[in-house]
Design a protein around this ligand. Sequence first.
Ligand SMILES: [Mn+2]
Length: 456
Amino acid sequence: MTHIVTRNSPQRAVWQLEQQGMHPLLARLYAARGVKDKTELDYELKSLIPPTALTNASAAAQILADAIEAEAKMLIIGDYDCDGATATAVGVRALKMLGADVDFLLPDRFKLGYGLSPEIVDVAAQQSPDLIITVDNGIASIEGVDRARELGIATLITDHHLPGETLPEADCIVNPNQPGCDFPSKCIAGVGVMFYVMLALRAELRERGFFAERPEPNFASLLDLVALGTVADVVKLDRNNRILVSQGLKRMRAGQLQPGLAALFKAAGRDPKKATAMDLGFILGPRLNAAGRLADMRLGVECLLTEDPSRALSIAQQLDALNRERREIESGMQEQALILLESIDANDAAPASPSSTPSGTRASSAFSPRASRTSCTARFSPLPPAKAASSKVPAARFPACICAMHSTSSPSAAPACSSASAATPWRPVLRSTLKISKNSAKASPRSPPNCSPRLI
Ligand SMILES: [Mn+2]
């Protein structure tokens, strides 16, 4: 049965919007959606919250700029959903545009689970990276970050999920939801966080004169990916997110989109010239997510990274087929669940008095909070306790001087650029910018997993 809910339109906001020349009906519609001022409807890029407002974005930019200048090897570790895949693609594309040595790795959800686990760090270590960058994950990866440190690999965490009581001891953490970060858009997606870090990096490189001899890349070309990840992650579309999505859609409609996205539109029989948020949420998003759920998200990321339209189309067609398979599995599961509900009803109905049972009781008994907690914990399955950080930290693989030059705490104490002193500069320099719980290494009970912002 259709249930119509009347939204409340705050009179003051309606009046304000009308005073600014808006049609009364539009004023009511916008006011009911929290818009208080006409300027909030300006979706120009210049209205974005600046990257400087995001805590540690500039510290991350310094690490990345140092790494690019030192020709260090970077490895992005993403997530296997659409937000994680687009964030990976944004990172790889942006860093490559800046001449970085970068690759990516995605955990196989069936073998390695979610996040920067010690197991995926061990897999990553086979590629000998100097710096691991997480996108859309990592804020809860205490053991994984410890493992990376044991192996002498620096870590930059970019994430948007809620942190637990203890943060990982990474070299840098960028997350609008970490304590002390005043970034106003708390609901920015993982891809948005990575996009912001890339904007901060470009600004840092600009300041260093990096673009004196090479063209400055236009990161607006990444906005189609940012828009897709933002909508597909079902984060709240606040003003900042609306700007990102609106700009991405504008570019898609103008035919400015990655070959992979163009191929996904084509495989689904849709026209990017008429792209809407519905296409991102219900056409492109599910096709990419199907790869992460049924196969391997590497296929999805490859689709987003390839410059070859025919390869993109071939992958998009595979993703389309996977999505059909996913839909069939889901409808089968739904049927099974309904049958199960019927049987639960038959068993449970006898003792309960039908007249005293509210209509929602059956569903809530089948999907009890206990059941959902279990699935939540399974996703963040307990990992083995962290080993005490080795006092003998292996040397970072790229020169010590690249971070020391940016020390804000004690520049005079920065070690000389030599292999003997190469073990220290990454952390002491960078940790000065972080807010890490003092007893984080000793905190044994894991904080409860935060599942709220993670809408799958
Ligand atoms: Mn996400």
